[in-house]
Design a protein around this ligand. Sequence first.
Ligand code: ATP
Ligand code: MG
Length: 573
Amino acid sequence: MRFSQLLIPTLKENPAEAEVISHQLMLRAGFIRKLTSGIYSYLPLGLAAIRKVEQIVREEMNRAGAQELLLPMVQPAELWEESGRWQKYGPELLRFTDRHERRSCLGPTHEEVITDLVRKNIHSYRRLPLNLYQIQTKFRDEIRPRFGLMRGREFIMKDAYSFDADDQGASATYEKMKLAYQRIFHRCGLKFRAVEADSGSIGGNFSHEFMVLADTGEDTIVACTKCSYAANMEKARAREIPAPEKPELKPLEKIKTPGKRKVKAVTEFLNISPAELVKTLVFLADGKPVAVLLRGDHEVQEVKLCNLLGVQDVELADDKQVYDITGVPTGYLGPVGLKIPLVADREVVKMVNFTVGANEKNYHSLNVNPGRDFTIEKTADLRMITAEDHCPLCGAALDLTRGIEVGHIFKLGTVYSEALKARFLDNQGNEIPFVMGCYGIGVSRVVAAAIEQNHDRDGMIFPLPIAPAQVILLNLSSRDDKITGAAESLYRELLADNIEVILDDRDERPGVKFKDADLLGIPVRLMVGKSFTKEGNIEIRTRKNGRVITVPLAETVTRVREIIDSELAVAVG
Ligand code: ATP
Ligand code: MG
Protein backbone atom coordinates (compact mmCIF):
# COMPACT_ATOMS: atom_id res chain seq x y z
CA MET A 1 0.00 0.00 0.00
CA ARG A 2 1.29 3.41 -0.98
CA PHE A 3 0.36 6.33 1.22
CA SER A 4 0.10 8.53 -1.88
CA GLN A 5 -2.67 6.34 -3.29
CA LEU A 6 -4.53 5.34 -0.12
CA LEU A 7 -7.61 7.20 1.06
CA ILE A 8 -6.27 8.53 4.36
CA PRO A 9 -7.91 11.93 4.81
CA THR A 10 -6.06 13.05 7.96
CA LEU A 11 -7.10 16.20 9.84
CA LYS A 12 -4.77 18.63 11.58
CA GLU A 13 -7.26 19.88 14.16
CA ASN A 14 -9.29 17.95 16.68
CA PRO A 15 -12.84 17.72 15.36
CA ALA A 16 -15.18 19.61 17.70
CA GLU A 17 -17.88 16.91 17.58
CA ALA A 18 -15.64 14.23 19.14
CA GLU A 19 -15.64 13.99 22.95
CA VAL A 20 -13.52 10.91 23.51
CA ILE A 21 -9.99 10.24 22.36
CA SER A 22 -10.72 7.20 20.18
CA HIS A 23 -13.36 9.14 18.26
CA GLN A 24 -11.04 12.16 17.85
CA LEU A 25 -8.13 10.04 16.69
CA MET A 26 -10.17 7.90 14.32
CA LEU A 27 -11.50 11.04 12.64
CA ARG A 28 -8.09 12.75 12.61
CA ALA A 29 -6.32 9.68 11.24
CA GLY A 30 -8.92 9.28 8.49
CA PHE A 31 -10.18 5.91 9.78
CA ILE A 32 -13.86 6.80 9.76
CA ARG A 33 -16.25 9.50 8.57
CA LYS A 34 -19.70 10.20 9.92
CA LEU A 35 -22.60 9.88 7.49
CA THR A 36 -25.32 10.77 9.96
CA SER A 37 -25.99 10.36 13.69
CA GLY A 38 -24.42 7.11 14.92
CA ILE A 39 -23.68 5.91 11.37
CA TYR A 40 -20.14 5.87 10.01
CA SER A 41 -18.26 4.95 6.86
CA TYR A 42 -15.22 2.80 7.56
CA LEU A 43 -12.35 4.08 5.39
CA PRO A 44 -9.52 1.76 4.31
CA LEU A 45 -7.40 1.96 7.47
CA GLY A 46 -10.37 1.80 9.85
CA LEU A 47 -11.70 -1.18 7.95
CA ALA A 48 -8.28 -2.85 7.99
CA ALA A 49 -8.24 -2.72 11.81
CA ILE A 50 -11.80 -4.05 11.96
CA ARG A 51 -10.89 -6.91 9.62
CA LYS A 52 -7.96 -7.83 11.87
CA VAL A 53 -10.27 -8.15 14.87
CA GLU A 54 -12.76 -10.14 12.77
CA GLN A 55 -10.06 -12.56 11.70
CA ILE A 56 -8.97 -13.29 15.27
CA VAL A 57 -12.60 -13.71 16.28
CA ARG A 58 -13.21 -16.08 13.38
CA GLU A 59 -10.17 -18.22 14.12
CA GLU A 60 -11.06 -18.59 17.77
CA MET A 61 -14.75 -19.26 17.13
CA ASN A 62 -13.85 -21.95 14.62
CA ARG A 63 -11.32 -23.40 17.05
CA ALA A 64 -14.09 -23.60 19.66
CA GLY A 65 -16.21 -25.60 17.22
CA ALA A 66 -18.61 -22.87 16.11
CA GLN A 67 -19.69 -22.57 12.47
CA GLU A 68 -20.00 -19.33 10.54
CA LEU A 69 -23.15 -18.38 8.70
CA LEU A 70 -24.80 -15.11 7.74
CA LEU A 71 -28.36 -14.27 8.72
CA PRO A 72 -30.62 -11.63 7.17
CA MET A 73 -30.62 -8.14 8.61
CA VAL A 74 -34.31 -7.51 7.87
CA GLN A 75 -36.54 -9.60 10.10
CA PRO A 76 -40.31 -10.13 10.04
CA ALA A 77 -42.44 -8.82 12.92
CA GLU A 78 -44.21 -12.19 13.30
CA LEU A 79 -41.07 -13.84 14.65
CA TRP A 80 -40.61 -11.11 17.20
CA GLU A 81 -44.26 -11.43 18.18
CA GLU A 82 -43.69 -15.11 18.83
CA SER A 83 -40.86 -14.35 21.23
CA GLY A 84 -42.82 -11.49 22.78
CA ARG A 85 -40.11 -8.99 21.99
CA TRP A 86 -42.01 -7.01 19.33
CA GLN A 87 -43.80 -5.37 22.28
CA LYS A 88 -41.06 -5.63 24.89
CA TYR A 89 -38.03 -4.38 22.97
CA GLY A 90 -37.82 -0.60 23.29
CA PRO A 91 -37.50 2.01 20.55
CA GLU A 92 -33.95 0.75 19.85
CA LEU A 93 -35.71 -1.77 17.59
CA LEU A 94 -36.21 0.04 14.28
CA ARG A 95 -39.60 -1.12 13.02
CA PHE A 96 -40.91 -0.37 9.54
CA THR A 97 -43.49 -1.44 7.00
CA ASP A 98 -42.65 -2.39 3.42
CA ARG A 99 -44.65 -1.81 0.18
CA HIS A 100 -46.76 -4.92 0.84
CA GLU A 101 -47.67 -3.68 4.31
CA ARG A 102 -45.41 -6.31 5.87
CA ARG A 103 -44.09 -5.21 9.24
CA SER A 104 -40.39 -5.74 9.71
CA CYS A 105 -37.44 -4.62 11.77
CA LEU A 106 -33.70 -4.22 11.38
CA GLY A 107 -31.87 -6.85 13.44
CA PRO A 108 -30.36 -5.51 16.67
CA THR A 109 -29.61 -9.14 17.63
CA HIS A 110 -30.63 -12.50 16.16
CA GLU A 111 -32.08 -14.87 18.78
CA GLU A 112 -35.43 -15.08 16.96
CA VAL A 113 -33.98 -15.69 13.49
CA ILE A 114 -31.48 -18.33 14.62
CA THR A 115 -34.06 -20.15 16.76
CA ASP A 116 -36.41 -20.20 13.79
CA LEU A 117 -33.66 -21.60 11.56
CA VAL A 118 -32.76 -24.31 14.04
CA ARG A 119 -36.35 -25.36 14.82
CA LYS A 120 -36.97 -25.89 11.12
CA ASN A 121 -33.80 -27.85 10.46
CA ILE A 122 -32.67 -29.70 13.58
CA HIS A 123 -34.91 -32.40 14.99
CA SER A 124 -32.68 -34.84 16.84
CA TYR A 125 -30.28 -34.85 19.77
CA ARG A 126 -27.80 -36.51 17.42
CA ARG A 127 -27.17 -33.13 15.76
CA LEU A 128 -26.35 -31.42 19.06
CA PRO A 129 -24.52 -29.50 20.37
CA LEU A 130 -24.61 -26.87 17.67
CA ASN A 131 -22.95 -23.47 17.80
CA LEU A 132 -23.54 -20.96 14.99
CA TYR A 133 -22.09 -17.49 14.55
CA GLN A 134 -22.00 -14.57 12.17
CA ILE A 135 -20.16 -11.29 11.83
CA GLN A 136 -22.56 -8.67 10.66
CA THR A 137 -23.79 -5.10 10.82
CA LYS A 138 -26.38 -4.60 13.53
CA PHE A 139 -28.78 -1.72 13.88
CA ARG A 140 -29.93 -0.35 17.22
CA ASP A 141 -31.67 3.00 17.28
CA GLU A 142 -29.70 4.10 20.35
CA ILE A 143 -31.21 7.11 22.11
CA ARG A 144 -27.82 8.77 22.44
CA PRO A 145 -25.38 7.49 19.85
CA ARG A 146 -21.99 8.88 20.79
CA PHE A 147 -18.26 8.46 21.02
CA GLY A 148 -17.92 7.39 17.38
CA LEU A 149 -17.68 3.62 16.96
CA MET A 150 -18.09 3.14 20.71
CA ARG A 151 -21.85 3.55 20.64
CA GLY A 152 -23.11 3.70 17.09
CA ARG A 153 -26.59 3.00 15.74
CA GLU A 154 -25.02 0.85 13.03
CA PHE A 155 -22.13 -1.29 14.25
CA ILE A 156 -20.40 -4.57 13.52
CA MET A 157 -21.06 -7.44 15.88
CA LYS A 158 -20.05 -11.05 16.09
CA ASP A 159 -22.97 -12.96 17.52
CA ALA A 160 -22.99 -16.66 18.27
CA TYR A 161 -25.84 -18.86 19.46
CA SER A 162 -25.49 -22.32 20.92
CA PHE A 163 -27.99 -25.17 21.09
CA ASP A 164 -27.51 -28.00 23.55
CA ALA A 165 -29.55 -31.04 24.48
CA ASP A 166 -29.51 -30.37 28.21
CA ASP A 167 -28.51 -27.91 30.88
CA GLN A 168 -25.20 -29.60 31.60
CA GLY A 169 -24.24 -29.44 27.94
CA ALA A 170 -25.21 -25.78 27.78
CA SER A 171 -23.01 -25.03 30.80
CA ALA A 172 -20.08 -26.80 29.18
CA THR A 173 -20.58 -24.82 25.97
CA TYR A 174 -20.71 -21.65 28.04
CA GLU A 175 -17.34 -22.42 29.61
CA LYS A 176 -15.87 -23.19 26.20
CA MET A 177 -17.01 -19.82 24.88
CA LYS A 178 -15.65 -18.06 27.94
CA LEU A 179 -12.25 -19.54 27.16
CA ALA A 180 -12.55 -18.61 23.47
CA TYR A 181 -13.33 -15.01 24.47
CA GLN A 182 -10.33 -14.94 26.75
CA ARG A 183 -8.14 -16.05 23.87
CA ILE A 184 -9.68 -13.51 21.49
CA PHE A 185 -9.04 -10.43 23.63
CA HIS A 186 -5.66 -11.72 24.65
CA ARG A 187 -4.69 -12.21 21.02
CA CYS A 188 -5.94 -8.69 20.22
CA GLY A 189 -3.21 -7.47 22.57
CA LEU A 190 -5.64 -5.83 24.99
CA LYS A 191 -5.65 -5.50 28.76
CA PHE A 192 -9.06 -6.80 29.72
CA ARG A 193 -11.01 -8.49 32.44
CA ALA A 194 -13.90 -10.95 32.39
CA VAL A 195 -16.43 -9.85 34.98
CA GLU A 196 -19.55 -11.47 36.38
CA ALA A 197 -22.66 -9.84 34.99
CA ASP A 198 -26.33 -10.03 35.87
CA SER A 199 -27.91 -13.15 34.43
CA GLY A 200 -31.46 -12.14 35.39
CA SER A 201 -33.85 -15.05 35.71
CA ILE A 202 -31.31 -17.71 34.63
CA GLY A 203 -29.37 -17.38 37.87
CA GLY A 204 -26.01 -18.93 38.58
CA ASN A 205 -22.74 -17.66 37.23
CA PHE A 206 -23.73 -17.68 33.61
CA SER A 207 -23.28 -14.19 32.32
CA HIS A 208 -19.91 -12.55 31.88
CA GLU A 209 -18.93 -9.29 30.30
CA PHE A 210 -15.49 -8.76 28.81
CA MET A 211 -14.20 -5.35 29.67
CA VAL A 212 -11.28 -3.55 28.08
CA LEU A 213 -9.65 -1.61 30.88
CA ALA A 214 -9.54 2.12 30.16
CA ASP A 215 -9.98 5.17 32.39
CA THR A 216 -12.44 6.59 29.88
CA GLY A 217 -14.74 3.52 29.99
CA GLU A 218 -18.46 4.02 30.59
CA ASP A 219 -18.70 1.04 32.95
CA THR A 220 -17.35 0.50 36.44
CA ILE A 221 -15.71 -2.81 37.25
CA VAL A 222 -15.36 -4.12 40.76
CA ALA A 223 -12.30 -6.34 41.18
CA CYS A 224 -10.65 -7.91 44.18
CA THR A 225 -7.10 -6.76 44.83
CA LYS A 226 -6.12 -10.29 45.96
CA CYS A 227 -8.24 -13.04 44.39
CA SER A 228 -9.89 -13.49 40.99
CA TYR A 229 -13.28 -12.04 41.95
CA ALA A 230 -14.50 -9.43 39.45
CA ALA A 231 -17.98 -8.23 38.58
CA ASN A 232 -19.77 -5.32 36.97
CA MET A 233 -21.67 -2.84 39.14
CA GLU A 234 -25.02 -4.49 38.49
CA LYS A 235 -23.84 -7.79 39.85
CA ALA A 236 -21.05 -6.89 42.31
CA ARG A 237 -21.43 -8.18 45.83
CA ALA A 238 -19.49 -7.25 48.94
CA ARG A 239 -18.63 -9.05 52.13
CA GLU A 240 -21.53 -8.63 54.54
CA ILE A 241 -21.02 -6.20 57.37
CA PRO A 242 -21.46 -8.18 60.63
CA ALA A 243 -24.49 -7.39 62.81
CA PRO A 244 -23.84 -5.91 66.26
CA GLU A 245 -23.86 -8.57 68.99
CA LYS A 246 -26.44 -7.84 71.69
CA PRO A 247 -27.96 -4.57 70.67
CA GLU A 248 -29.88 -2.56 73.23
CA LEU A 249 -32.99 -1.13 71.60
CA LYS A 250 -33.64 2.44 72.68
CA PRO A 251 -37.11 4.00 72.79
CA LEU A 252 -38.39 5.62 69.61
CA GLU A 253 -38.22 9.41 69.65
CA LYS A 254 -39.50 12.14 67.34
CA ILE A 255 -37.33 15.17 66.72
CA LYS A 256 -37.81 18.47 64.90
CA THR A 257 -35.52 18.88 61.87
CA PRO A 258 -36.80 22.08 60.24
CA GLY A 259 -36.02 22.27 56.52
CA LYS A 260 -33.52 19.40 56.71
CA ARG A 261 -34.33 17.03 53.86
CA LYS A 262 -31.09 15.71 52.43
CA VAL A 263 -29.01 13.04 54.20
CA LYS A 264 -26.11 15.45 54.60
CA ALA A 265 -28.25 18.24 56.10
CA VAL A 266 -30.12 15.93 58.51
CA THR A 267 -27.01 14.09 59.75
CA GLU A 268 -25.05 17.31 60.23
CA PHE A 269 -27.96 18.86 62.09
CA LEU A 270 -28.33 15.81 64.36
CA ASN A 271 -24.58 15.33 64.59
CA ILE A 272 -24.69 11.69 63.48
CA SER A 273 -22.94 9.90 60.63
CA PRO A 274 -24.81 9.01 57.39
CA ALA A 275 -24.26 5.34 58.32
CA GLU A 276 -26.64 5.85 61.27
CA LEU A 277 -29.48 7.08 59.07
CA VAL A 278 -31.77 5.02 56.85
CA LYS A 279 -33.24 6.67 53.79
CA THR A 280 -36.63 5.74 52.37
CA LEU A 281 -36.84 5.97 48.59
CA VAL A 282 -40.04 5.51 46.61
CA PHE A 283 -39.71 3.69 43.30
CA LEU A 284 -42.25 2.88 40.62
CA ALA A 285 -41.69 -0.78 39.85
CA ASP A 286 -43.37 -1.48 36.49
CA GLY A 287 -45.54 1.47 37.53
CA LYS A 288 -46.43 0.27 41.06
CA PRO A 289 -45.04 2.14 44.10
CA VAL A 290 -42.63 0.43 46.46
CA ALA A 291 -40.48 1.90 49.24
CA VAL A 292 -36.81 0.95 49.45
CA LEU A 293 -34.78 1.30 52.65
CA LEU A 294 -31.10 1.94 52.39
CA ARG A 295 -28.31 3.11 54.66
CA GLY A 296 -27.77 6.88 54.36
CA ASP A 297 -24.38 6.58 52.66
CA HIS A 298 -25.43 3.87 50.19
CA GLU A 299 -26.98 4.05 46.71
CA VAL A 300 -29.56 1.75 45.09
CA GLN A 301 -28.47 -0.61 42.30
CA GLU A 302 -31.56 -0.71 40.12
CA VAL A 303 -30.90 -4.07 38.43
CA LYS A 304 -30.68 -5.74 41.83
CA LEU A 305 -33.97 -4.08 42.80
CA CYS A 306 -35.64 -5.30 39.57
CA ASN A 307 -34.46 -8.83 40.31
CA LEU A 308 -35.80 -8.77 43.87
CA LEU A 309 -39.18 -7.44 42.77
CA GLY A 310 -39.35 -9.56 39.61
CA VAL A 311 -40.09 -6.52 37.44
CA GLN A 312 -38.73 -5.21 34.14
CA ASP A 313 -38.11 -1.65 35.17
CA VAL A 314 -37.85 0.56 38.25
CA GLU A 315 -37.88 4.33 38.28
CA LEU A 316 -37.29 6.69 41.19
CA ALA A 317 -40.51 8.62 41.86
CA ASP A 318 -40.25 12.40 41.58
CA ASP A 319 -41.27 14.78 44.40
CA LYS A 320 -44.83 15.13 43.16
CA GLN A 321 -45.32 11.38 42.73
CA VAL A 322 -43.91 10.77 46.22
CA TYR A 323 -46.34 13.27 47.71
CA ASP A 324 -49.30 11.85 45.74
CA ILE A 325 -48.46 8.31 46.84
CA THR A 326 -47.55 8.89 50.50
CA GLY A 327 -48.89 12.33 51.45
CA VAL A 328 -45.42 13.16 52.75
CA PRO A 329 -42.95 15.58 51.15
CA THR A 330 -39.66 13.97 50.05
CA GLY A 331 -36.99 14.23 52.69
CA TYR A 332 -39.27 13.32 55.57
CA LEU A 333 -40.34 9.84 54.50
CA GLY A 334 -39.80 6.91 56.84
CA PRO A 335 -40.85 3.26 57.16
CA VAL A 336 -42.95 3.58 60.33
CA GLY A 337 -46.62 3.56 59.37
CA LEU A 338 -45.91 3.78 55.63
CA LYS A 339 -48.76 2.23 53.63
CA ILE A 340 -46.88 0.95 50.56
CA PRO A 341 -44.85 -2.29 50.23
CA LEU A 342 -41.47 -2.00 51.90
CA VAL A 343 -38.24 -3.71 50.88
CA ALA A 344 -34.81 -3.19 52.39
CA ASP A 345 -31.16 -3.58 51.62
CA ARG A 346 -29.75 -6.42 53.72
CA GLU A 347 -27.49 -4.03 55.67
CA VAL A 348 -30.52 -2.16 57.01
CA VAL A 349 -31.88 -5.24 58.77
CA LYS A 350 -28.76 -5.41 60.91
CA MET A 351 -28.82 -1.79 61.96
CA VAL A 352 -30.22 -0.70 65.32
CA ASN A 353 -31.45 2.59 66.71
CA PHE A 354 -31.26 4.41 63.43
CA THR A 355 -32.74 7.66 62.22
CA VAL A 356 -35.47 7.92 59.58
CA GLY A 357 -37.99 10.49 58.35
CA ALA A 358 -41.08 10.70 60.60
CA ASN A 359 -43.56 10.88 57.68
CA GLU A 360 -44.28 14.44 58.71
CA LYS A 361 -42.86 17.66 57.32
CA ASN A 362 -39.87 18.95 59.36
CA TYR A 363 -39.62 15.86 61.59
CA HIS A 364 -37.41 12.79 61.85
CA SER A 365 -37.56 9.75 64.16
CA LEU A 366 -34.64 8.51 66.24
CA ASN A 367 -33.93 5.01 67.57
CA VAL A 368 -36.02 3.23 64.98
CA ASN A 369 -35.67 -0.57 64.78
CA PRO A 370 -36.96 -3.01 62.13
CA GLY A 371 -39.25 -5.70 63.48
CA ARG A 372 -40.25 -3.65 66.51
CA ASP A 373 -41.33 -0.50 64.69
CA PHE A 374 -42.17 -1.69 61.19
CA THR A 375 -42.15 -4.79 58.96
CA ILE A 376 -40.07 -5.38 55.88
CA GLU A 377 -41.55 -7.52 53.08
CA LYS A 378 -38.35 -8.56 51.36
CA THR A 379 -34.65 -8.12 51.95
CA ALA A 380 -31.73 -8.49 49.57
CA ASP A 381 -28.47 -6.95 48.54
CA LEU A 382 -29.84 -3.88 46.77
CA ARG A 383 -27.00 -1.44 46.84
CA MET A 384 -24.14 -0.21 44.76
CA ILE A 385 -20.73 -1.41 45.91
CA THR A 386 -18.28 1.29 47.02
CA ALA A 387 -14.49 1.48 47.27
CA GLU A 388 -14.82 0.94 51.04
CA ASP A 389 -16.34 -2.54 50.58
CA HIS A 390 -14.49 -5.85 50.79
CA CYS A 391 -14.33 -8.92 48.55
CA PRO A 392 -17.23 -11.36 49.08
CA LEU A 393 -14.89 -14.31 48.47
CA CYS A 394 -11.69 -13.50 50.36
CA GLY A 395 -12.35 -10.31 52.30
CA ALA A 396 -9.51 -8.31 50.71
CA ALA A 397 -9.96 -4.74 49.52
CA LEU A 398 -11.92 -4.11 46.32
CA ASP A 399 -10.76 -1.95 43.48
CA LEU A 400 -13.16 0.07 41.35
CA THR A 401 -11.86 0.65 37.84
CA ARG A 402 -13.30 1.76 34.53
CA GLY A 403 -13.86 -0.46 31.53
CA ILE A 404 -15.46 -0.71 28.10
CA GLU A 405 -17.78 -3.65 27.43
CA VAL A 406 -16.50 -5.38 24.30
CA GLY A 407 -18.09 -8.78 24.76
CA HIS A 408 -20.95 -10.44 26.56
CA ILE A 409 -21.71 -14.12 26.99
CA PHE A 410 -24.98 -15.35 28.36
CA LYS A 411 -26.69 -18.63 29.11
CA LEU A 412 -30.23 -18.26 27.83
CA GLY A 413 -31.72 -21.57 28.93
CA THR A 414 -34.98 -22.32 27.17
CA VAL A 415 -36.47 -18.81 27.08
CA TYR A 416 -36.44 -18.55 23.28
CA SER A 417 -36.84 -22.23 22.46
CA GLU A 418 -39.97 -22.41 24.65
CA ALA A 419 -41.45 -19.22 23.18
CA LEU A 420 -40.74 -20.28 19.60
CA LYS A 421 -41.52 -23.96 20.22
CA ALA A 422 -38.06 -25.01 19.05
CA ARG A 423 -37.84 -28.66 20.09
CA PHE A 424 -35.95 -31.80 19.26
CA LEU A 425 -36.25 -35.49 20.09
CA ASP A 426 -33.95 -36.57 22.92
CA ASN A 427 -32.45 -40.06 23.18
CA GLN A 428 -35.60 -41.30 24.96
CA GLY A 429 -37.84 -40.05 22.17
CA ASN A 430 -39.20 -37.11 24.17
CA GLU A 431 -39.74 -33.78 22.47
CA ILE A 432 -37.93 -31.14 24.51
CA PRO A 433 -36.75 -27.55 23.97
CA PHE A 434 -33.15 -26.72 23.06
CA VAL A 435 -31.02 -25.23 25.82
CA MET A 436 -29.47 -22.09 24.38
CA GLY A 437 -26.67 -19.61 24.94
CA CYS A 438 -25.75 -16.37 23.17
CA TYR A 439 -22.36 -14.73 22.81
CA GLY A 440 -21.64 -11.25 21.41
CA ILE A 441 -18.59 -9.22 20.57
CA GLY A 442 -18.75 -5.59 19.49
CA VAL A 443 -16.16 -5.86 16.73
CA SER A 444 -16.16 -2.17 15.76
CA ARG A 445 -16.21 -1.20 19.43
CA VAL A 446 -13.12 -3.35 20.05
CA VAL A 447 -11.14 -1.07 17.71
CA ALA A 448 -12.35 2.05 19.54
CA ALA A 449 -11.61 0.45 22.92
CA ALA A 450 -8.11 -0.52 21.80
CA ILE A 451 -7.42 3.12 20.97
CA GLU A 452 -8.88 4.34 24.27
CA GLN A 453 -6.49 2.00 26.03
CA ASN A 454 -3.46 2.62 23.82
CA HIS A 455 -2.65 6.16 22.74
CA ASP A 456 -0.48 9.15 23.63
CA ARG A 457 -0.48 12.86 22.75
CA ASP A 458 0.80 12.08 19.27
CA GLY A 459 -1.82 9.55 18.31
CA MET A 460 -2.86 5.93 18.41
CA ILE A 461 -0.55 3.11 19.51
CA PHE A 462 -2.05 0.00 17.94
CA PRO A 463 -1.36 -3.41 19.45
CA LEU A 464 0.35 -5.12 16.52
CA PRO A 465 -2.19 -7.96 16.09
CA ILE A 466 -4.99 -5.52 15.23
CA ALA A 467 -3.05 -2.68 13.61
CA PRO A 468 -4.25 -1.70 10.12
CA ALA A 469 -0.67 -2.34 8.94
CA GLN A 470 2.33 -3.75 10.76
CA VAL A 471 4.94 -1.42 9.30
CA ILE A 472 5.07 2.11 7.94
CA LEU A 473 8.07 2.74 5.74
CA LEU A 474 9.09 6.37 5.42
CA ASN A 475 10.93 7.55 2.37
CA LEU A 476 12.36 10.70 3.96
CA SER A 477 13.55 12.27 0.75
CA SER A 478 11.43 11.27 -2.22
CA ARG A 479 13.48 13.56 -4.48
CA ASP A 480 16.71 11.72 -3.69
CA ASP A 481 17.20 8.82 -6.10
CA LYS A 482 19.45 6.79 -3.78
CA ILE A 483 17.03 7.02 -0.85
CA THR A 484 14.01 6.40 -3.03
CA GLY A 485 15.69 3.39 -4.64
CA ALA A 486 16.44 1.88 -1.21
CA ALA A 487 12.94 2.58 0.10
CA GLU A 488 11.35 1.01 -2.96
CA SER A 489 13.49 -2.11 -2.77
CA LEU A 490 12.86 -2.46 0.96
CA TYR A 491 9.14 -2.08 0.27
CA ARG A 492 9.25 -4.93 -2.26
CA GLU A 493 11.23 -7.14 0.11
CA LEU A 494 8.79 -6.57 2.97
CA LEU A 495 5.84 -7.39 0.72
CA ALA A 496 7.61 -10.52 -0.49
CA ASP A 497 7.93 -11.60 3.15
CA ASN A 498 4.17 -11.04 3.67
CA ILE A 499 4.73 -8.09 5.95
CA GLU A 500 1.88 -5.59 5.87
CA VAL A 501 3.49 -2.30 4.99
CA ILE A 502 2.45 1.20 4.03
CA LEU A 503 5.12 3.02 2.04
CA ASP A 504 4.98 6.74 2.70
CA ASP A 505 6.07 7.82 -0.75
CA ARG A 506 4.48 11.27 -0.60
CA ASP A 507 6.44 14.36 -1.55
CA GLU A 508 6.22 15.76 1.99
CA ARG A 509 8.71 17.01 4.57
CA PRO A 510 10.04 14.40 7.05
CA GLY A 511 8.23 16.24 9.90
CA VAL A 512 4.85 15.67 8.24
CA LYS A 513 5.60 11.99 7.71
CA PHE A 514 6.72 11.49 11.31
CA LYS A 515 3.58 13.17 12.60
CA ASP A 516 1.27 11.09 10.42
CA ALA A 517 3.07 7.85 11.28
CA ASP A 518 2.58 8.58 14.97
CA LEU A 519 -1.05 9.58 14.47
CA LEU A 520 -1.87 6.32 12.62
CA GLY A 521 -0.24 4.31 15.40
CA ILE A 522 1.43 1.78 13.09
CA PRO A 523 3.60 -0.39 15.42
CA VAL A 524 6.87 -0.39 13.44
CA ARG A 525 8.27 2.63 11.63
CA LEU A 526 11.15 2.28 9.18
CA MET A 527 13.06 5.37 8.10
CA VAL A 528 15.19 5.64 5.00
CA GLY A 529 16.97 8.99 5.22
CA LYS A 530 20.29 10.61 6.12
CA SER A 531 21.60 7.60 7.97
CA PHE A 532 21.17 5.58 4.78
CA THR A 533 23.03 8.13 2.66
CA LYS A 534 25.90 8.26 5.18
CA GLU A 535 26.22 4.68 6.46
CA GLY A 536 23.78 2.62 4.45
CA ASN A 537 21.58 2.14 7.54
CA ILE A 538 17.85 2.02 8.15
CA GLU A 539 16.31 3.24 11.40
CA ILE A 540 13.64 1.06 13.02
CA ARG A 541 11.42 2.76 15.58
CA THR A 542 8.78 1.02 17.68
CA ARG A 543 5.70 3.18 18.24
CA LYS A 544 4.95 1.62 21.63
CA ASN A 545 8.14 2.69 23.41
CA GLY A 546 9.84 5.05 20.96
CA ARG A 547 12.95 2.86 20.88
CA VAL A 548 15.11 3.28 17.78
CA ILE A 549 17.62 0.79 16.43
CA THR A 550 19.82 1.27 13.40
CA VAL A 551 20.50 -1.66 11.09
CA PRO A 552 22.08 -2.17 7.67
CA LEU A 553 19.59 -2.29 4.80
CA ALA A 554 20.30 -5.97 4.15
CA GLU A 555 19.30 -6.96 7.72
CA THR A 556 16.18 -4.85 7.96
CA VAL A 557 13.58 -7.37 6.87
CA THR A 558 14.93 -10.02 9.24
CA ARG A 559 14.85 -7.60 12.18
CA VAL A 560 11.32 -6.45 11.34
CA ARG A 561 10.19 -10.05 11.04
CA GLU A 562 11.59 -10.77 14.51
CA ILE A 563 9.75 -7.81 16.03
CA ILE A 564 6.47 -8.81 14.40
CA ASP A 565 6.75 -12.47 15.36
CA SER A 566 7.51 -11.67 18.98
CA GLU A 567 4.45 -9.37 19.17
CA LEU A 568 2.19 -11.98 17.59
CA ALA A 569 3.47 -14.84 19.73
CA VAL A 570 1.34 -14.00 22.75
CA ALA A 571 0.90 -16.80 25.21
CA VAL A 572 -2.75 -17.78 25.27
CA GLY A 573 -3.94 -19.85 28.19
P1 ATP B 1 -24.40 -1.67 26.04
O1 ATP B 1 -24.69 -2.03 27.47
O2 ATP B 1 -23.05 -1.09 25.82
O3 ATP B 1 -25.50 -0.89 25.39
P2 ATP B 1 -25.44 -4.22 25.38
O4 ATP B 1 -25.23 -4.91 26.66
O5 ATP B 1 -26.77 -3.73 25.01
O6 ATP B 1 -24.37 -3.03 25.24
P3 ATP B 1 -25.11 -6.67 23.92
O7 ATP B 1 -26.51 -6.89 23.51
O8 ATP B 1 -24.52 -7.46 25.02
O9 ATP B 1 -24.88 -5.11 24.18
O10 ATP B 1 -24.23 -6.74 22.58
C1 ATP B 1 -23.00 -7.43 22.44
C2 ATP B 1 -21.85 -6.47 22.24
O11 ATP B 1 -22.08 -5.56 21.18
C3 ATP B 1 -21.58 -5.58 23.45
O12 ATP B 1 -20.80 -6.25 24.39
C4 ATP B 1 -20.86 -4.40 22.81
O13 ATP B 1 -19.47 -4.69 22.72
C5 ATP B 1 -21.44 -4.32 21.43
N1 ATP B 1 -22.39 -3.20 21.30
C6 ATP B 1 -23.63 -3.13 21.83
N2 ATP B 1 -24.23 -1.99 21.49
C7 ATP B 1 -23.35 -1.30 20.71
C8 ATP B 1 -23.37 -0.05 20.04
N3 ATP B 1 -24.45 0.73 20.09
N4 ATP B 1 -22.29 0.34 19.32
C9 ATP B 1 -21.20 -0.46 19.25
N5 ATP B 1 -21.11 -1.65 19.87
C10 ATP B 1 -22.17 -2.08 20.58
MG1 MG C 1 -24.23 -6.57 27.18
